[in-house]
Design a protein around this ligand. Structure first.
Ligand code: NAD
Length: 369
């Protein structure tokens, strides 16, 4: 899969349970090194199930390809591009027989001007329905394929020809209701909403809030062989779309006082292409998940993000995050203290019982044993 490979670093694969997404129960494979994430997702899913689980919807799989044109009279170039858009689309679509046969592929050409220190630039954008692929390669191929025609039409010089990872035409959104009694009553609901408002209005809190969302999203993305950097970059740009970095989720209460969560973000994922059909464990995970389209996968990933966010802010707004987290992290602390594997369980048990999880205490307990 990569160059100069010398080995493998493996990470734990777990299954989150209790998820009902768009009326379908699913087992969710998650690959992540951080303890407590899978437990938290499963717990949130169980609570959400009481009110029907997660209702999610994904846009069609539109990828945006960008072609940068410089040394050009922008105004006349835009009119030439508009007049020749059919020819440009035909050429782009000739680069993918698979997408063309499926009725997908390049659908629209648009232009925008950007001002730079080196003068105005024309950016030609292709909107491409990439079907069930993440679509980076096919987008890049189409952009490179039409670049000579764009140069000929505009008289300008093309430099970059590449997809944008800011996939704003490929959003996924959804909601779930969390029963007020299940989460500890009206006061906890109100505290969660106040916690959310902190994230919505302070970038320092929003980054950590969204990190919690990404705990869920990236773990499922890892398990299903997605380009996690693309998801991350798109998500954080989307979180800044109002001009200030903010929360990817929204929390309110309904008329009955139950907590309602919403999520919306770009989700460029695929069930074909990339390493999805290459890596044997990714194939197994995709089979366990049982998704039949890229849109279905996007819905699952975003639902897990919302679940993760719920559990994190619920813990933060009530007993605090450390109680649950440190209990699950205790084994890692014991292992990092260099304790023999046959003693790890016993030392971990005692540290949790005492509520004192630290490397120092682990070493002391070992001496006592
Ligand atoms: P790909 O090129 O490996 O495969 C996609 C191909 O699968 C399509 O071109 C099509 O021919 C075929 N296909 C078969 N059935 C299909 C269906 N139902 N729907 C759509 N296509 C179908 O993969 P890709 O998705 O174009 O690219 C993803 C890879 O590109 C990832 O590994 C990613 O890391 C990498 N990449 C990312 C970037 C970036 O994000 N900036 C840039 C370059 C490469």
């Amino acid at each position: 899969m990569i160059e100069n490979a010398i080995g493998m670093v493996s990470f734990p694969l777990g299954i989150a349970t209790s998820f009902r997404i768009n009326g379908k129960d699913r087992l969710i494979p998650m690959v992540i090194e951080e303890p407590s994430v899978i437990a938290a997702a499963s717990k949130a899913a169980k609570i959400a199930k009481k009110h029907g689980g997660f209702t999610m919807k994904a846009d069609e799989s539109y990828s945006i390809g960008q072609i940068q044109v410089v040394d050009v009279n922008v105004k006349s170039a835009i009119s030439k591009i508009k007049k020749s858009s059919k020819q440009i689309l035909k050429l782009a679509n000739s680069k993918s027989h698979t997408l063309s046969k499926m009725g997908k592929g390049a659908k629209q050409v648009s232009c925008k001007t950007i001002k730079t220190n080196s003068g105005p630039m024309l950016i030609v954008e292709l909107l491409i329905d990439v079907g069930d692929a993440m679509g980076a390669n096919v987008t890049n191929t189409m952009c490179e394929g039409v670049a000579p025609l764009i140069e000929k039409l505009t008289g300008g010089r093309v430099i970059l020809r590449i997809l944008s990872n800011y996939s704003t035409k490929r959003l996924v959104r959804g909601t779930a209701t969390f029963d007020k009694e299940e989460i500890g009553g009206q006061k906890v609901v109100e505290n969660i909403i106040l916690a959310y408002q902190f994230a919505a209005n302070d970038p320092y809190r929003a980054v950590t809030h969204n990190k919690g969302v990404m705990n869920g999203i990236i773990a499922v993305a890892n398990a299903t062989g997605q380009d996690t950097r693309a998801i991350d970059a798109g998500a954080h740009a989307y979180a800044s779309r109002m001009g200030r970095y903010s929360s990817l989720t929204e929390w309110k209460k309904d008329k009955k006082g139950n907590l309602v969560g919403k999520i919306e973000l770009p989700m460029a994922v695929g069930i074909v292409g990339g390493i999805v059909n290459v890596h044997p464990m990714i194939k197994v995970c995709t089979k366990i998940l049982g998704v039949k389209s890229a849109k279905e996968l996007a819905c699952v990933i975003a639902a897990v993000g919302l679940a993760q966010n719920f559990s994190a802010i619920r813990a933060l707004a009530s007993e605090g995050i450390q109680k649950g987290h440190m209990k699950l992290h205790a084994r890692n602390i014991v292992a990092s203290a260099g304790i023999r594997s046959d003693k790890i369980d016993e030392v971990t048990r005692r540290m949790i019982k005492e509520g004192n999880v630290s490397v120092h205490r682990a070493k002391e307990i070992l001496k006592e044993l």
